[in-house]
Write a protein that binds this ligand. Structure first.
Ligand code: SF4
Length: 351
């Protein structure tokens, strides 16, 4: 691919515009809310994981989809779009550290031990995961979920008298279970990093099995950040993402996915105050879009991996396409894609 030359931001913006015009209807750009402002401005659609999955599955016309987020999300677009379409990502090595906390060998080992207890489990994998784990869920009657529909997925599984085996984000699983009235005593935490096999007698009677994994961005928010915001701004509303630790969720006024946070702040009355516990790029944009409200980050904390997708790398993908070099293209093993699609479609069907 083209090198990322030291192109000024101004020139980059101009060239993005020109390349987009030349690609016309052949191109669709999908971007996550946590992306850089110049990428967001150029995108045809901006959303959270669930919205991007829905959009990718409906995007049947364009020849090329350029997907700006961490790379597992671009895999999701590859899985859901049409076979003749091509998906590109500006920085394939921009992976999600949370997604790396569950690997297929460890999940299969856990599955074997859990199912040997005789109880019925259904795997539920958070969208922040590799394609082979989504495929694992597809093969084993399970679901993909996002932070916007984790509860629906868990309720669906429990409605079938089965136990959700939820990975890799412990906090999302725990917060979702709490919201459903399930206590910590009713949850079993799988420790993937321990050498010895766990004592599985503890699984008996549990309603949910969680996996020890976390998002380093969202666990950075602490109860002291909430205390500080309330001390400084009095009647401020605190709204956080469910990947935050349970204590932070408990002390907050609202909890929900990125799209929920966005719509809640949008719908709020002018003059209201909001402290937001999620990725900084998104919070800064929300602040810029709502000058009639006080919008502040609970803490200035960004995702380094999302930030590796720069406007210059994005430009390089577009100019490669204009010049007939289709790269860097996102590929997924066909068998993994087939079964991952099953798990993603199950998610879309219950959403
Ligand atoms: S914000 Fe957290 S979950 Fe999202 S991509 Fe970054 S590390 Fe992964």
């Amino acid at each position: 691919m083209k090198e990322e030359f030291a192109v000024s931001l101004e020139e980059t913006r101009e060239r993005i515009k020109t390349a987009r015009e030349r690609l016309g209807k052949d191109l669709v750009i999908l971007a996550h809310y946590y992306q850089n402002i110049d990428i967001v401005r150029a995108a045809d659609f901006v959303g959270d994981s669930l919205q991007l999955a829905q959009r990718a599955s409906k995007q049947t016309e364009a020849r090329y989809i350029v997907f700006c987020a961490v790379s597992f999300m671009a895999e999701m677009a590859r899985i859901l779009c049409q076979p003749q379409q091509k998906v590109f990502h500006p920085e394939l090595s921009a992976t999600c550290p949370l997604a790396e906390m569950a690997v297929i060998d460890d999940v299969e080992k856990a599955w074997k031990l859990l199912t040997a207890t005789g109880r019925r489990f259904v795997p539920v994998v958070y969208v922040n995961s590799r394609a082979d784990l989504k495929a694992f869920c597809g093969r084993n009657g399970g679901f993909v979920c996002t932070s916007a529909n984790a509860r629906k997925a868990m309720e669906h599984v429990m409605g079938q008298d089965a136990v959700p085996f939820f990975f890799p984000d412990e906090n999302l699983g725990r917060n979702t279970a709490h919201a459903m009235g399930i206590s910590d005593d009713e949850m079993f935490l799988w420790e993937p990093y321990e050498e010895i096999s766990p004592d599985l007698s503890g699984v008996a009677g549990k309603k949910v099995v969680l996996w020890r994994g976390f998002c380093y961005v969202h666990v950075a928010f602490k109860p002291s950040d909430i205390e500080e915001a309330r001390k400084t701004h009095g009647d401020i509303n605190v709204i956080v993402h469910p990947e935050c630790i349970p204590e932070v969720v408990r002390l907050s006024d609202y909890v929900g996915s990125t799209s929920y946070i966005k719509s809640t702040v949008e719908a709020a009355a002018p003059g209201t105050k909001w402290a937001i516990g999620t990725e900084i790029n998104f919070v800064e944009r929300l602040r810029a879009d709502h000058p009639d409200k006080l919008v502040i980050p609970l803490k200035e904390w960004g995702c380094r991996e999302m930030a590796r997708v720069t406007p210059q790398k994005f430009l390089a993908v577009l100019e490669n396409l204009v010049e007939g070099r289709a790269q860097p293209e996102v590929t997924v093993d066909p068998e993994d894609a087939r079964y991952a699609r099953v798990a993603l479609e199950r998610m879309l069907a219950i959403t």
